[in-house]
Design a protein around this ligand. Structure first.
Ligand code: NDP
Length: 246
């Protein structure tokens, strides 16, 4: 059931996070939105409230554990608890490894991997205590197979896939009923390609996405489905491909 669930979403200011926030709120969830761009978060909260939904936001940089903890704390003070965290914030500055964009490698590790760990750490004490909770993370098709140009991006996405599966297994062992899900979207038309600085990589991706990409509400519907399952059912891995993508 989605109604009245308190759901923290990172990377909520655009793309998949924004689409998921709107759909979950429309179905009665209380959503708590984090990202760095305040104007976008403010506008999204207004849109959700205007449609009769409940939402709050906090400017959040997922690389800072204190920021992510404060976002989860906001969920608790504003809505009385936390049921789900959707670790969705991410960047995708793809490039060949030989180009040695080492700062971007570090940024991807900090946002796509450590950012997810910060989300896990922020909810784990409450989830363990209440013996209930769900952790959904946006990995990628680059988290289940390898793509040239996505050496480090894929490494972060493979990593979070492993993390979700191990949390699921440990929760079963510990009897804490924590559910986890990994999403493996393929080409989804969002602002993600703006994070690519390598010109050749960006041109190639833009062309590809223009040909095959689908809208982010495709992923939002999957998030909605995962949250909607009964508490003893863990649907935990989803690939989401455009029909036009091989
Ligand atoms: P967008 O660029 O539209 O969204 C990315 C979101 O992440 C934004 O809200 C951005 O907000 C946020 N973000 C980036 N860095 C940080 C940070 N340091 N702290 C907090 N928030 C941050 O792209 P998508 O919606 O496509 O991306 C969402 C997720 O989906 C990512 O993890 C991406 O890797 C994954 N994905 C996307 C695919 C696609 O084809 N689009 C395919 C497979 C996976 P802000 O800049 O305001 O902080």
């Amino acid at each position: 059931m989605i109604k009245d669930k308190v759901i923290v979403i990172t990377g909520a200011s655009s793309g998949i996070g924004e689409a998921s926030a709107k759909l979950l709120a429309a179905n009665g969830a209380r959503v708590v939105l984090g990202a760095r761009r305040e104007n976008r978060l403010q506008a999204l909260v207004s849109t959700i409230e205007a449609a009769g939904g409940q939402a709050a936001y906090r400017v959040t940089d997922v690389t800072k554990a204190t920021d992510v903890q404060a976002l989860v704390d906001l969920a608790k003070t504003k809505f009385g608890g936390i049921d789900v965290i959707f670790n969705n914030a991410g960047i995708m500055p793809t490039s060949p490894i030989s180009a040695l964009h080492t700062q971007e490698w570090n940024d991807m590790i900090d946002i796509n991997l450590k950012g997810v760990l910060n989300g896990v750490a922020a909810v784990m004490p409450d989830f363990t205590k209440q013996k209930h909770g769900q952790i959904i993370t946006t990995s990628s098709v680059a988290g289940i197979k390898s793509f040239t140009g996505a050496g480090v991006y894929g490494a972060t996405k493979f990593a979070v896939r492993n993390l979700m599966e191990v949390i699921r297994m440990e929760s079963a062992e510990e009897g804490t009923n924590i559910r986890t899900a990994s999403l493996y979207p393929a080409a989804i038309n969002t602002e993600l390609l703006n994070t690519i600085t390598d010109k050749a990589a960006k041109d190639g991706m833009e062309q590809f996405y223009a040909q095959v990409g689908i809208t982010p509400d495709a992923v939002a519907r999957v998030v909605n489905f995962a949250v909607d399952q009964p508490e003893d059912v863990n649907v935990n891995e989803f690939t989401i491909y455009p029909t036009k993508q091989e």
